[in-house]
Design a protein around this ligand. Sequence first.
Ligand SMILES: O=C(CO)COP(=O)(O)O
Length: 154
Amino acid sequence: MEQKQQALPAKKNIALVAHDGKKAALQAWCEKHQDILSKHTLYGTGTTGHLIERTTGLEVIKLLSGPMGGDQQLGAKIAEHEVHMLVFFWDPLASQPHDPDVKALLRLAAVWNIPVACNEVSADMLLSSPMMETELCRTLPDYEKYLATRQVTL
Ligand SMILES: O=C(CO)COP(=O)(O)O
């Protein structure tokens, strides 16, 4: 598939998600990085978003709870370029009833080439990047060309 360049903005829309076994870790991480996070716009799945708001006072745009469709809502926002970065502390030691949705969210983050962190140390590295404060150029699928090709070949 042909690719194109598109910038992620300096002020980013960051999605915050954690499975139940990792919620305390994500809340602690958000408290630690409250100053940096306050410069961006935060999105979260339902329960995670409420907990982060309660712990930190940061404003979070809250979607549905993950098992009820929140992961899918976030995936759609990544595909529509509304969400620019994903911090998802998924639990590698617990099975999830909505595992297909979890996989789909991580897949769309890879398709659209947004920065993803799945644990504290990766999330620390992402937030300490100078690119958190500047535009960040990314390569992503050229959807318009993809669609034009399909209309010709099918
Ligand atoms: O299940 C989740 C991610 O897969 C998170 O959902 P909640 O934040 O609603 O618990």
